[in-house]
Design a protein around this ligand. Structure first.
Ligand SMILES: Cc1cc2nc3c(=O)[nH]c(=O)nc-3n(C[C@H](O)[C@H](O)[C@H](O)COP(=O)(O)O)c2cc1C
Ligand SMILES: C=C(O[C@@H]1CC(C(=O)O)=C[C@@H](OP(=O)(O)O)[C@H]1O)C(=O)O
Length: 390
């Protein structure tokens, strides 16, 4: 499967075209909208999220609540567009227009895409860069991820995400609840955190950062349960599914690190405390006593829960801006201030969940291919039975 997205942050709309979903799979606008609404929540977001009520219009590929096998297109309108029709106008610029509309952004923000993007594409107005480098684009990535989540759920694969850390405040989770409980609890938490004590401290850390004109990052975790064993492959570097997941997490705006299972902790532990012992019973077949390797061995799923963490850096736009250089005058200046979030880690957890869902669904469609959803389901079930009896 593959998808592309188009659209600028303050342009008229965002669009994704998804190719490769099997025909006959139930999928509705409600399935997509539920996920879009989750991405909009979270303590620490700026005013933009009050302007938007992200909902998807289906442009094609679905009839009577089922996929047709043709490309699925999803369109999300930017409510904010009505405030930007002149600045983001698509026709040639009218010389009579006010200077505000022609005002160029020439002070790049350290940590954003502004300067590198301007040099790369030759834009003297860095609005031409920030409009597309903005994480507004993650709206339609979540829309594509919602289709992937639907496919996974119909195959009995559940996926959840939660926030482990914000601005140095760590969640203390002694024992993980069931995946259904994680889904339920994170929906009730303003920072998508499973530890109510840490939740309050995280909110305070976000408020403090905002008051100080600063921003903070954090760590999110995605968990997927019910993946069949042996998805992905060890035979080629580009077929390793753990590598694809790492790439997907790193592709999210502001993500700077990924771990699968215990990840970096493995460096300081002996093998006996890293590898998961193999056990067998007649109902489940082969499983592992522990899951420190996060559901992967040899680039393939083990059948244990897939566990992926991602590190998000603090948001680069600061109300107390860092020093930068004006590209017109070459003079040092404080960087431009664009309206901004002070922390978007809770929203980014939903984006990470979508990114992981997409890669898992894509790998399943590749490996158990059928043009029909029923055929895919049959192939996955046959494989599950084969693996249990192996
Ligand atoms: C959900 C989400 C919301 C974000 N909101 C902002 C924001 O309001 N202001 C900002 O400067 N960056 C924000 N970012 C981060 C930037 O988009 C990101 O830092 C930028 O695209 C540069 O990419 P890089 O950090 O991966 O190098 C956000 C990221 C995510 C995932
Ligand atoms: C619009 C979204 O996030 C935006 C991501 C973003 C950035 O630079 O990445 C900058 C801000 O844009 P604006 O200046 O319009 O407020 C965020 O609000 C969104 O998540 O839907």
């Amino acid at each position: 499967m593959r998808y592309l997205t188009s659209g600028e942050s303050h342009g008229p709309k965002l669009i994704t075209i998804i190719e490769g979903l099997p025909a006959g799979m139930p999928l509705t606008a409600e399935d997509i909208n539920e996920q879009l609404a989750r991405r909009q929540k979270g303590h620490g977001r700026g005013r933009r999220m009050q302007i938007e009520t992200d909902t998807a219009e289906i442009g094609g590929g679905i009839r009577h609540g089922q996929t047709l096998g043709s490309p699925v297109s999803l369109i999300v309108e930017n409510n904010d567009w009505k405030h930007w029709t002149k600045v983001m106008g698509q026709g040639p610029i009218d010389e009579e227009e006010s200077s505000e509309i022609k005002r160029k952004i020439s002070r790049p923000r350290p940590g954003h895409a502004d300067l590198n993007g301007a040099i790369k594409y030759g834009h003297r107005d860095m609005r031409n860069v920030l409009e597309r480098s903005s994480a507004r684009e993650t709206t339609v990535r979540v829309a594509a991820g919602a289709a992937a989540k639907k496919l996974l759920s119909l195959l009995g694969i559940k996926i959840a995400s939660h926030v482990l850390e914000i601005g140095g405040v760590k969640a203390d989770i002694q024992e993980y609840p069931s995946i259904d409980k994680i889904i339920e609890l994170t929906e009730q938490s303003p920072v998508r955190c499973l530890d109510p004590v840490a939740e309050k401290k995280m909110m305070q850390a976000i408020d403090d950062a905002k008051t100080n004109g600063d921003s903070i990052g954090g760590i999110v975790e995605v968990i997927a349960e019910g993946m069949p064993v042996g998805v992905g492959s060890y035979v080629h570097y580009d077929r390793k599914l753990d590598a694809k997941l790492a790439g997907a997490i790193m592709s999210i705006n502001a993500f700077k690190g990924v771990e699968i299972g215990i990840g970096f902790e493995a460096a300081s532990k002996p093998g006996s405390e890293v590898h998961d012992e193999i056990i067998w019973d007649s109902i489940h077949g082969y499983t592992r006593k522990t899951n420190r390797l996060g559901g992967f061995e040899g680039g393939m799923t083990t059948g244990m829960p897939v566990i992926v963490k991602g590190v998000m850096k603090p948001i680069p736009t600061l109300y107390k801006p860092l020093n930068s250089v004006d590209i017109e005058t070459k003079e040092p200046f404080a960087a431009s201030i664009e309206r901004s979030d002070s922390c978007a880690v809770p929203a980014a957890a939903v984006v990470a969940e979508s990114a992981v869902a997409w890669e898992l669904a894509s790998a399943i469609v590749d490996q158990f291919y059928s043009d029909r959803f029923e055929g895919l389901l049959e192939n996955v079930e046959k494989h599950r039975q084969y693996a249990r009896e192996f």
